[in-house]
Write a protein that binds this ligand. Structure first.
Ligand code: NDP
Length: 294
């Protein structure tokens, strides 16, 4: 039987509407306008597209959007000075520095300079440490989106066997922590894992965050399992163009999985939406208000 397609676009749109509702409420009841500052260094075309989309969606949710574009040759000190200014700015509740940064800038130092209370990308060691300790934290957006998508299929992930392929700080590791917080039983696989198809074939939930086109095949998946594909890969077509595919061989895996995310239209739309969720959460926390109902 064909798998249920998890419609990330529709789920993200629904979540954005709920965020917008909560933004309206905190504006009305508390005079609080959540604000997101996005810092773009250089002119990488993909990063420019992401930043534009973040700006549009932030404004559409009723939040304030502050864009800071800096030249690729900006100095580390000048970038740190901007972050210091944004840390002190009461209108800014979330700060996102678009990665990757151009060569010559030390990403770790830049990320570490962001006030953890405004770290809506969830990459500061303070938030990563709190997440690993099972404490409340701003969590990275893509893993957060993966959990929300999974919970549209399974009301509870408790006791489920989850396999995460990929252990990056951006996706795999925080996803593992979020799954643990959901009381799933988690295995994390990576490039040195042996017998990966056997490991994934035991899973109720499979998360692929690798960056290898269509790596996960039909016989890697237990019938009925839920498959969340984080990968975004561009592959050439016969017409000399490119098309987007995930890390999962969608056509064949969807014949055996119980539910599956498409690429595009699965995890991707959730990432920016979760950035809005984190900005709203950060704004409420900074203002001393209860966590919003999103
Ligand atoms: P990284 O390159 O940082 O990490 C990739 C991970 O995959 C590593 O842990 C690596 O293992 C592991 N890996 C590589 N090859 C294999 C293999 N053959 N078998 C098993 N594991 C392997 O990537 P990211 O985590 O940043 O991103 C992963 C994918 O998700 C990319 O396609 C990226 O474009 C996409 N992405 C999508 C987002 C979205 O919004 N949808 C957001 C962020 C990323 P090791 O640690 O041993 O090297």
């Amino acid at each position: 039987m064909a798998a249920q397609i998890i419609d990330g676009k529709a789920i993200a749109a629904d979540l954005r509407a709920r965020v917008a509702g909560e933004v309206e409420r905190v504006k009305r009841d508390h005079g609080l306008t959540p604000g997101l500052a996005v810092v773009l260094v250089g002119n990488d075309p993909a990063s420019e597209v992401y930043v534009r989309s973040k700006h549009t969606q932030t404004q559409a949710a009723g939040m304030a959007s502050f864009e800071h574009k800096l030249p690729a040759d900006v100095s580390q000190d000048a970038l740190l000075a901007l972050i210091g200014k944004l840390n002190r700015d009461p209108a800014v509740h979330g700060i996102l520095v678009q990665l990757p940064l151009p060569k010559g800038l030390v990403t770790e130092a830049i990320v570490n300079a962001i006030d953890p209370a405004k770290d809506v990308d969830g990459l500061h060691p303070h938030n990563a440490g709190r997440l690993a300790g099972g404490l409340s934290a701003l969590s990275p957006c893509t893993p957060l989106g993966c959990i929300i998508l999974s919970k549209t299929v399974h009301a509870s992930l408790e006791g489920m066997n989850a396999v995460v392929i990929g252990r990056s700080n951006l996706v795999g590791r925080p996803l593992v922590q979020l799954l643990l917080n959901e009381n799933a039983t988690v295995t994390i696989a990576h490039s040195r894992s042996r017998n990966l198809p056997e490991i994934t074939a035991r899973a109720d939930l499979v998360y692929a965050a690798v960056g290898r086109p269509e790596m996960v095949k039909r016989d890697w998946i237990k019938p009925g399992a839920t498959v969340i594909d984080v990968g975004i890969n561009r592959i050439p077509t016969a017409e000399g163009k490119t098309r987007l595919v995930g890390d999962v061989a969608f056509a064949e895996v969807s014949e055996v999985a119980g539910a599956i995310t498409p690429v595009p239209g699965g995890v991707g739309p959730m990432t920016v939406t979760c950035l809005l969720v984190n900005t709203l959460r950060a704004a409420c926390a900074i203002a001393g208000l209860p966590a919003p109902a999103v």
